[in-house]
Design a protein around this ligand. Structure first.
Ligand code: CUK
Ligand code: CUA
Length: 699
């Protein structure tokens, strides 16, 4: 038991009390100033500029070489201290393995969320050997401590973001993660049992019954082996339907299944809604099945995979697939149920529609009526109609099958329109005015174009026509409009996610940040200005989704003290004030610790070299933002204990010596004093190293 001698405690408590008194006095003196600083929370009065104010505004603008457009852009984005953003953009973090939450329109980075990569500030992956995150970050027992995050998906109810969960795929390792938006923490990572690369992930069905994960590079499913001469015979693509259990907040692996697909490189996916509810769509390229064997006289992948004029849009009736799986028609590969190509053909749940040359994005319009496909090597977007697809399937309007026997629909029978936009169209989003927005990678522009068909009455422009383009700096990949892939898009903001920033910011060595550019899309017609540039200097984001901030119901602190954020329940093992101490059983040591401004209890922990230590800490704070950190030097341990949170760390005390531990969050005026010592007694000094001897020694 290591407790503070009572005199020392009394002295410390007196000091803390004196400190608090001082801070109360200071805060009284500063109250007015603080109120002024918090003005962002209050309603602003209507502006009525005096001539003096106009003059000083003009002077600032002239000194900083700002024109009227710049001032307008600033006025549209500047967000006074204390005022909150209207939207939150959840952006993938590319190779950083994280996600970023960015406020819109201020474009302030609110925080990162650690997903596939250990992140010390959040204590993610740094809690010793038994940490949940660390376990989740292993693939077949090997730690894989990064991910290539591409496509975040917010959970949906009836096709609208509901603000409860966030999913993200790891392209490099074919994994999928679940983030709980009550505490913005990663709760689960699942590894696809069939393959090592995904891309069409994550995309949710309109009520988040399933999360779709499509493959990218075909391989031998179930981690098999085959050389390229076996490509057509042995390599396969796939799409996995992960069942989501909303109640548990976890993917239900036991009720998930996959579909075998031909070894075309499946690309992006989107899930039908409204008129197309029950279907999902996946692009593909390399239907040539090029194997890139240059040494054998074949063309390299880039040429071989883009020879043909048409690739295949995969059209999957997922309700039929679900029924086939439930009827026991799936066969296990690597222990995971997979519907074979033969089954999918026999059940009539998989069809192909030709799509122009090397497509990339497929995006379903808000009403679910149309699927927009953008081909990297075709200046058009191609729009398919789900009505026409259904009619063509019913009338068997096929032009034949692919080499695997999958029916190929007649292109002209399912095509609704084609719109010429410019070079390198990639991804499309939608607004509330009947417009679509497509990123043009090679043109470095965002194209606004008018939807036709059912959307034609919404606007005066001709349907299916390019309306305007806004230049982007530079080489835009994805774009994200407010609710831009839901049944109810917003329509004021769009973020262009540019891959290159070149000259936009101060050079940061040869490695430059990506550039998120905010566009004001509120006005119909040809006005669509860029109003903010945000450099992203941590990994290369791909897709992002933008949600109305008031849909998020984050916890301000954990609901109860002693909260286990992995089970999302109070934990019976959580130490409470009064129950702190060190308990030894043989060579096993249990440390029960509490943390509160500005001390840990206990402050000294004595163990023997080789002891197996279980260290439990509860942050007993209930005040918002009263987070404590906890690190032990030399043991690769750092925790973030948010108000009310309980964590358990396990490690072997294999480094003899006296190691300080301390709080890593500057939590209070006496934060530096929030520390203690772990004394690991060297084995040479213990004498008899039997458990009984060690126990006796410890007494
Ligand atoms: S991909 Cu990156 S720009 Cu992974 Cu969605 Cu198109
Ligand atoms: Cu607790 Cu610093």
């Amino acid at each position: 038991m290591s407790r503070q001698p009572s005199t020392v405690r009394t002295t410390i408590l007196a000091a803390i009390a004196a400190g608090s008194l001082l801070s109360i006095m200071v805060s009284t003196a500063d109250a007015q100033e603080n109120r002024r600083r918090r003005r962002g929370q209050e309603e602003a009065k209507p502006l009525d500029l005096t001539p003096e104010q106009v003059a000083s505004l003009t002077k600032v603008a002239n000194d900083r070489k700002l024109n009227v457009d710049d001032l307008l852009a600033a006025a549209k984005t500047f967000t006074p201290s204390g005022r909150h953003d209207e939207y939150v953009l959840f952006a993938s973090g590319g190779q950083s393995g994280h996600m970023f939450a960015i406020g819109v329109p201020s474009m302030r980075l609110l925080r990162s969320i650690a997903v596939f990569t250990p992140e010390p500030w959040q204590g993610y992956g740094f809690a010793g050997m038994d940490d949940h995150a660390r376990e989740a970050l292993k693939i077949n027992g090997t730690p894989v401590t990064w991910g290539d995050t591409h496509h975040p998906a917010l959970s949906e109810t009836k096709g609208d973001y509901d603000g409860q969960f966030l999913f993200i795929g790891d392209k490099a390792n074919a994994r999928l993660a679940v983030i709980d938006l009550r505490d913005w923490e990663t709760k689960q990572i699942v590894k696809n049992p069939l393959t090592f690369s995904n891309h069409g992930a994550a995309f949710v069905t309109p009520d988040t019954d399933y999360i779709i994960e499509g493959a990218q590079y075909a391989t031998v499913l179930g981690y098999g082996y085959a050389l390229p001469d076996q490509y057509q015979k042995s390599y396969r693509g796939m799409a996995t339907m992960w069942k989501f259990d909303r109640q548990k907040g976890r993917i239900d692996i036991a009720n998930s299944f996959a579909m075998e697909l031909p070894p075309y490189w499946q690309d992006l996916a989107d899930v039908g809604k409204g008129a197309s509810d029950g279907y999902f769509f996946v692009n593909s390229f390399n239907v040539e099945m090029a194997t890139g064997s240059v040494a054998k006289g074949d063309p390299p992948f880039e040429a071989g995979a883009s020879k043909r004029d048409m690739d295949y849009l995969h059209i999957v009736d997922w309700r039929k697939a679900e029924a086939a799986y439930k009827a026991g028609k799936a066969k296990p590969i690597n222990g995971f149920p997979v519907l074979s190509l033969e089954t999918s053909i026999a059940e009539g749940l998989l069809y192909f529609a030709p799509e122009p040359k090397s497509p990339h994005g497929v995006d379903v319009t808000p009403n679910g009526q149309y699927m927009v496909v953008a081909g990297k090597l075709d200046p058009h977007v191609t729009i398919y109609s789900i009505e026409k697809v259904k009619a063509a399937i019913a009338a068997k309007k096929f032009t034949g099958t692919d080499p695997f026997g999958i029916p190929v629909l007649d292109f002209d029978a399912v095509k609704e329109a084609q719109v010429e936009l410019g070079l390198g169209p990639l991804h499309t989003q939608f607004d509330d005015k009947g417009y679509a927005y497509t990123s043009l990678f090679l043109d470095s522009a965002v194209a606004r174009w008018s939807l036709g068909g059912e959307y034609a009455p919404l606007h005066a422009e001709r349907p299916w026509t390019l309306v305007t383009k806004t230049p982007i700096q530079y080489n835009i990949g994805h774009l994200s409009a407010a609710g831009g892939d839901t049944v109810h898009p917003g329509g004021r903001y769009l973020v262009a996610m540019s891959k290159w920033s070149v000259d936009r910011f101060l050079p940061t060595g040869p490695l430059l940040p990506q550039n998120f550019q905010l566009l004001d899309i509120s006005e119909p017609g040809t006005v669509m200005p860029v109003i903010y540039d945000l450099p992203i200097g941590v990994g290369e984001p791909h897709y992002a989704q933008m949600i109305k901030a008031d849909k998020l119901q984050s916890w301000k602190v954990y609901p109860q003290v002693g909260w286990n954020s992995h089970t999302q329940q109070p934990d019976p093992n959580a130490p409470r004030p009064g129950s702190e101490g060190v308990i030894r059983e043989g060579s096993k040591v249990l440390v029960n610790m509490t943390a509160v401004r500005s001390h840990f209890v206990p402050e000294h922990v004595e163990v023997n070299e080789g002891d197996e230590v279980t260290w439990r800490i509860t942050n007993v704070e209930t005040a918002q933002d009263a987070t404590h950190g906890f690190c032990i030097g030399g043991y690769n341990i750092n925790l973030s204990l948010e108000p009310g949170e309980y964590e358990e760390v396990r490690f072997i005390a294999d480094k003899p010596g006296t190691n300080p531990f301390y709080c890593t969050e500057f939590c209070s005026a006496l934060h530096l004093e929030m520390a203690g010592y772990l004394h690991v007694k060297p084995a040479s000094k213990i004498g008899a190293v039997t458990p009984e001897g060690a126990a006796a020694e410890n007494k």
